[in-house]
Design a protein around this ligand. Structure first.
Ligand code: ZN
Ligand code: ZN
Length: 183
């Protein structure tokens, strides 16, 4: 397989527990079908329920970039270039073999963006997520075990978030009490 940009032969590397291909020159990386999701989940288990799937029709965060992508290293089709929400992440995907090409540093950006999504969600958003994930255990797109894992992760995050907000409220009420001279 050749790098879509510098045409060097790609080398196999071990990345987050899976074998992927990397360009020795530009350090771009090729992820076969499904490998990107796996690498993301291996990087941080808390991200498992947040999908990053440029091939899903339900996914609304990706938009086409009006630039020509490189040639797919696997099946030599032209790849499409996509931007992800307002993250600054740009990927190339092959519709034919469903592989994804990431330039150096893009994987880190994806993980950082998703982790930011986790830490900025409110308790009420997590409650809504929990319900959604619970329903997906019965009717979700993935198998029941991984849907159950997704649900438990969301529940854990909800608990963490609630604890943080609870301590903030406690701090605030303490301050209010201190400010009231008649108490
Ligand atoms: Zn390259
Ligand atoms: Zn391809």
């Amino acid at each position: 397989m050749k790098c879509p940009h510098c045409k060097k032969d790609l080398e196999q590397i071990d990345f987050r527990g899976i074998v992927i291909n990397e360009c020795p020159q530009c350090r771009g990386r090729w992820f076969d079908r499904g490998e990107l999701q796996k690498a993301k989940d291996n990087m941080d288990e808390d991200l498992c329920w947040l999908d990053f799937d440029p091939f899903s029709k339900k996914e609304k965060h990706f938009s086409m970039v009006p630039e020509e992508g490189g040639i797919c290293p696997k099946c030599t089709e032209n790849m499409a270039m996509l931007a992800y929400a307002n993250s600054g992440v740009v990927i190339e995907k092959c519709e034919q073999c469903r592989g994804v090409w990431l330039k150096e540093g893009e994987f880190k950006k994806i993980v950082a963006y998703l982790e930011n999504v986790l830490t900025t969600r409110s308790v009420s958003e997590y409650v809504a997520d929990s319900f959604k994930q619970f329903v997906e255990i019965m009717a979700g797109p993935e198998d029941r075990a991984s849907e159950a894992r997704d649900f438990l992760v969301v529940l854990k995050l909800l608990k963490l978030r609630a604890a943080i907000e609870h301590s903030k409220i406690a701090e605030l009420t303490n301050k209010i009490y201190q400010c009231l001279p008649f108490l």
